[in-house]
Write a protein that binds this ligand. Sequence first.
Ligand code: 0A1
Ligand code: ZN
Length: 878
Amino acid sequence: MKDAQPKAIYLKDYEAPKFTVLHTALTFLIEEEATEVHSLLSIQGEAAGELKLNGQALELVSVELDGGALSEGSDFSVDDDFLVIHQIPAHCKVAIKTRIKPQENTALEGLYKSAGMYCTQCEAEGFRRITYFLDRPDVMSIYDVTIIADKSKYPVLLSNGNLVESKELEGGKHLAHWHDPHKKPCYLFALVAGDLRHIEDRFTTMSGTDVTLRIYVEPQNIDKCDFAMDALKRSMKWDEERYGREYDLDIFNIVAVDDFNMGAMENKSLNIFNSSCVLANSATATDNAYSRIEAIVAHEYFHNWSGNRVTCRDWFQLSLKEGFTVFRDSQFSSDMSSPVVKRIDDVNLLRTAQFAEDAGPMAHPIRPASFIEISNFYTLTIYEKGAEVVRMIHNLLGEDKFREGSDLYFQRHDGQAVTTEEFVKAMEDASGIDLTQFRNWYHQAGTPELSVTDQFDETTGDYKLFIKQTCRPTPESDKKEPFHIPMALGLLDEEGNDAQITLKSDGKFNQKTQVLSITEPEQEFIFSGFSAKPTPSLLRDFSAPVKLHYPYTREQLLFLLAHDSDGFNRWDAGQTLATDIVLELSEQVQAGEPLEVDDRLIETFEKLLKEDSSDKAMLCKMLSLPSLAFLIEQSVPANVHAIYTARTFVRQTLANQLHEAFLSCYQQNHDDEPYNYSAEGTGKRSLKSLCLHYLLESDQGDYSQLAISQYQNSDNLTDQHAALSALANSRFQVQAKACLDEFYEKWQHEPLVVNLWLSMLAGSDRIDGVEGVEELIAHPAFDIKNPNKVRSVIGVFAGQNLRHFHTQTGAGYEWLADKIILLDRLNPQIAARLVGPLTKWQRIVGEGGQKMRNTLARIESTENLSKDVYEVVSKSLV
Ligand code: 0A1
Ligand code: ZN
């Protein structure tokens, strides 16, 4: 980094704004070479003073104060980051004209062009790339927005709120004027101008208001909107029933755009979505895409209350809206499908990726104390761990008190910009439960670890649990105050039934699952009334985001797997067993010893396959080995290749020994019923796909024809994708290539399907290393300016194809660094996200880790790095 090093911003330095903007009138004059933005701000403060407005990459045309022109130098000064008007009265009107070039905006922040349409992305700090403004969430304003553009090229002109005027103008132009009656921070501002089609539906709210719902897309996508519309209506209903939250305008719009840095954005009444998170039909979307769409439509809709009506005071409070909203969308998804499967998916993501973040150089609390670039803090910690923290509050309070707390929070703070403290306080006030110690979750980073041991006294029938909590140091602090950890516990008797849990200390006769409050560094619990030592089922339903250590024997894990009444823990017992087996084998790989898979795992799989299970999705989870990424996390410092070899050996052994059982399970779940996205259908297809993958790994038979026939004959992308990816990862490379080529030929004009094709190739075990992925970059289907394509190729190769990314020469690391440096000039947010895989260098054993570090140092020495990449790289090198 050549320039002066970017500075961190601290939460402790927060000051309330001296001025606010009561009303904001914006006019956009959209022309092909440039867009002019005229803004008229009605400003109010307590006293006269200096007005410092944020602005970036803007051409300033003019500034006026209360109708009089101001001069640069004497009245105001302007630099790369601010426009400072030296003195304004306490009440005044400031008019500013700026010029911007959306068509050259590759960062996709502010106003930019995507596939011929204009659109905006203002969270977190994109509004300052549109006009000079007090770009901070605690400045809330009423907006009137006028858009003027060529009518034939941009027939649709949208902004937040209600359309109050629309008319034709001279020269083939037209105008639309939108008024949003709700005051909002500028990060929720949105504008769209393009040639779009829409589908329309209606929703009647609980108090009888009729709301018009529209989804706008490019003309060729009009047949892919129905599922998102249905998900939207279900979300609106669910939020009324579960949280008492009603929609508050007459119109709600969604727009799909192809070039988008994230998944979607909750702009008031004008949600803008990455097209991958909204478009679906059975031919162009997989079951995974459907469930993601359902969750994201709900997430953005739920933000209307948790985020928009009550917003964040400053960006350190981001988890206030994101943690709560992710919690709400996970409850919704859980209600729409299978709660246990949803919980497994959430916990898998948390344990694989968020725990890694919490153990890495970018670790931060869910309410960070400082940052250099806020875009780097849209993290799994803020979102997923933030949701887990809300979930713990939910479990500590119970459903009814939690709902009272939520009602109180919305009622107290409607229309305000607040902090996480206000949220916790509302929960405390409504429930009467003291959350003082619980607050440590908000300002301490790191994953707490619980080490549990036990003892049984045959003479008294007492069973004792000793629980020790620790938390490793993280960048913000070495010493941690103990967390308040709710630990849900079950105790299984010899038959595998849940024993009634009686806490000896208070003599209470409790439920079969007892939530213990772990608050001390060391605690002891005594349960009475046992005739034999029970088997503990710890942390049921993953009641807290912690790492758990208990010296389970393989026999105990098998017992839990067979009997635990908690579905999550049944699955988790299987995962712990498989992890233990793979990691033991990986030691043997390194020692050059012969490998053999513990028979008990094979027998368990066989039994599961033969069981007549009605819950196919759950069975699929039970038969899935822990991912390579998860296993690497469990073994620090990790030898990626030894773990990969051990895991592959286990898969192949299972595939060889159980191929007949896999085949019969495959056949039982393979039918000719037409595609339908439902919990049952999804479960069946996921199980079938898992069996197919195992079968293609077996050398006890040639099952390639099974995959080819599934690819050719199925009526949906889910099955086709499963067949293609099984082939792509198998030894049948000739057949795989033929099918993959044909697939591309057929779908080359559907960007979302092409992305899936790219990700299958980039993620394939059989890819020709860095050369192979470089071929994808050179392919006409790839476009480095499109974040979805970057994620499909670069993101998948570096983040998921760990065997090839960690190739021993270090070529994968160097390749990634080149791409990051190139991308940093175009789109710093996306470039910074790609640094993620390299930041884990301390977790990779030996020379590999050192090579990763050297690569980071090379990136750091690049001239003119963005703040985004600089922050991640420099923190990782400390
Ligand atoms: N608030 C959005 C996420 C989002 C964040 C930043 C963005 O651009 C940099 C875009 C979207 C959500 O939680 O869905
Ligand atoms: Zn969100």
